[in-house]
Design a protein around this ligand. Structure first.
Ligand SMILES: [Zn+2]
Ligand SMILES: [Zn+2]
Ligand SMILES: [Zn+2]
Length: 341
């Protein structure tokens, strides 16, 4: 288990390993542990979604029985960022540290090794979203889970050497700084303006020069001041703060816009590495809520001293131009998905 160290004075957390370095490349073997048939190489499945007779069954591995023929499989990470193993490593300021306590689960998004999140079917994306909802409900019921972070690393420079498509779920006993900043800023905006900042952003960006795609319930657009080149966000158009409560219809629509935008992005940017993050409200009582959304960060160029040293971001493309390029690719992708050509 690692330590969560806090900067001397800033609200910045860093996870440092306890022992001698970390355990990258734990799977030295050529075999992919995420592939069907290799289930024994991972921790037991906490959830294996199996499609049978037109129904989805939520099963889990037991000692005697490893579930096969799954379409989505969730298990504890073998190289976790946080763990629930007990440890007593609290220290005081200015050298503050606490145990990096939490759950780190891997969601294998498809049984097919060479499949891509940008190419799997819309139905499979809906299955993944159902699993995420299931995991959110379970994790928030556990003690010391204050925040559940869900994210995708796709490609080497996005932070993974695993080709097999997957997502990560990592919990924390505090709210991560980025979510805290967003929640604080939207709370302030609400006090000053009487409405939700995200709802205002949606009305500003809707049908504007940065819009990428618009479906029944969701809007995808390039933000006004993107940190990354070709970055885009997906927001529910209706004001909603709890992802775990979105309806089946909204899940299907979210699956469609995710698949269409990721598919369009991968064509326009030639399969560039990317990160995708879910910015969801903390679901504990009395915590500040945010209008939840998804942010996608293509990784096309490396940062310079300005970004690394000063927090000032230099973009290689205007977001109006990137929205034009992504928009045309994503609309084409959507038309193919829904059968209008
Ligand atoms: Zn695989
Ligand atoms: Zn809102
Ligand atoms: Zn956000």
């Amino acid at each position: 288990m690692g330590d969560l160290r806090k900067d001397y004075v800033l609200d910045k957390f860093v996870i440092v390993p306890m022992g001698i370095g970390d355990q990258h490349n734990k799977f030295a073997d050529d075999k992919c542990p995420y592939c069907p048939g290799n289930e024994a190489m991972t921790e037991p499945a906490l959830l294996a979604l199996v499609a049978k007779d037109g129904m989805l069954q939520r099963l889990s591995d037991s000692e005697e029985n490893i579930i096969e023929d799954w379409c989505v499989r969730v298990f504890q990470s073998s190289n976790p960022a946080v763990t629930t193993a007990s440890s007593i490593s609290y220290t005081d300021k200015p050298l503050y540290s606490e145990p990096a306590y939490g759950y780190h689960q891997v969601v294998v998004a498809s049984p097919e090794h060479n499949q891509r999140l940008s190419k799997i079917s819309v139905d499979q994306w809906a299955n993944i979203l159902l699993v995420i909802q299931d995991r959110l409900r379970w994790l928030y019921a556990q003690k010391s889970v204050t925040y559940v972070s869900i994210y995708v690393n796709s490609g080497q420079i996005a932070g993974t050497s695993m080709i097999h498509p997957h997502l990560n779920i990592v919990t924390f006993s505090a709210i991560p700084p980025t979510i805290e900043l967003e929640a604080e800023a939207s709370h302030r905006y609400m006090n000053e303006n009487g409405n939700c900042s995200a709802c205002s952003i949606i009305s500003v960006e809707y049908s504007g020069p940065r819009q990428i795609l618009d479906t029944d319930s969701f809007l995808a657009f390039s933000p006004w001041a993107p940190t990354y080149s070709y970055e885009f966000w997906i927001y529910p158009k209706r004001h909603t703060t709890a992802f775990s409560k979105i309806t089946q219809k909204e899940i299907s629509d979210l699956a469609l816009i995710l698949r269409a935008t990721l598919g369009g992005m991968s064509k326009a940017l030639k399969d560039a590495s990317f990160n995708l993050v879910f910015h969801l409200s903390p679901e504990k009582k009395n915590s500040r809520q945010i209008h939840w959304h998804i942010e996608i960060y293509p990784q096309l160029n490396t940062w310079s001293g300005l970004e690394r040293g000063f927090g000032v971001y230099v973009n290689i493309i205007r977001p109006e131009k990137s929205a034009e390029i992504l928009g045309s690719a994503c609309r084409k992708e959507l038309a193919e998905l829904v059968g209008i050509t």
